[in-house]
Each structure stands twice: as structure tokens, then as C-alpha cells.
Design a protein around this ligand. Structure first.
Ligand SMILES: [Zn+2]
Ligand SMILES: [Zn+2]
Length: 130
């Protein structure tokens, strides 16, 4: 029985992450899970996040100060708003050439690179106009 409950909770957490595209923090995921299942505890959510990451179903990325979660997607860059902390996928192509040139220069195996753009999002710009 306990095992079944765990699976259900994990499915709930996974569905929350795959339905959101704002790269929620663990706390935001917990709050949404709690609104859908009042019995779920913070530690259950955090534990299941770790399990989903180790199963390769979600990605955990440290963006500036906080860990953010999203469903697995192909490699991409992020933009973080310096005013409201919102995180967006950057709509530009991942540059595989960077990995190759570093690998050639060093002989290292380069798996990936991460790039975080910082600036002000369109919502914050709109607010600043008023
Ligand atoms: Zn913003
Ligand atoms: Zn992303």
C-alpha cells in the first residue's frame, strides 16, 4: 500500500513539473502539490524530486541562487530576470561547436555547457513603463 501511495505522489509531482514551463523551485512545486493533495508533506516532495532527477525524468538546474526543476528537454539556455527572478528558456540554438572546440583544445570529454542570460523580462519592462 505504501509503495502505491509513493508512486501516486511521484506521478503528481512529475505532472506538475511537466505541465509548468516556468522552471519552478522545489517550494513552488510543493505548494502546488499541496493544493492538489492536502496530505502531501514538504519532505515527500523534496524526496521525490531527488528520485525523479536520479531517474532522469526531470532536470535540476542551479540558476543563480536557486535550484529550478523542469521536465527533461534537449539542451537549452536560460534567461533569468534580475527583477522578478522569472526563468525562461532562451529561444536560441544550443552551440555544440563550443563543446567540440574545448574538447579539441584540452582532450577533455565535454558533455555539455550551461549558459544563463541575465536581464529584464518583458513583464518587468512593461511595469517600468507605467
Ligand atoms: Zn521580470
Ligand atoms: Zn529550461
Amino acid at each position: 500500500m505504501k509503495l502505491q501511495r509513493n508512486t501516486k505522489q511521484r506521478q503528481l509531482i512529475y505532472s506538475i513539473i511537466s505541465n509548468r514551463h516556468d522552471h519552478p523551485t522545489a517550494e513552488q512545486i510543493y505548494l502546488e502539490a499541496k493544493s492538489k493533495n492536502a496530505k502531501i508533506s514538504r519532505s515527500t516532495v523534496y524526496r521525490n524530486l531527488n528520485i525523479l532527477v536520479s531517474q532522469g525524468k526531470i532536470i535540476q538546474t542551479k540558476l543563480l541562487t536557486t535550484d529550478r526543476f523542469e521536465a527533461v528537454a534537449k539542451e537549452h539556455y536560460h534567461f533569468v530576470c534580475s527583477k522578478c527572478d522569472a526563468v525562461f528558456d532562451a529561444p536560441i540554438d544550443y552551440n555544440q561547436t563550443l563543446n567540440n572546440s574545448l574538447a579539441e583544445k584540452t582532450g577533455f570529454v565535454v558533455l555539455k555547457h550551461r549558459l544563463i542570460f541575465e536581464g529584464i523580462c518583458s513583464e518587468c519592462l512593461k511595469k517600468a513603463d507605467n
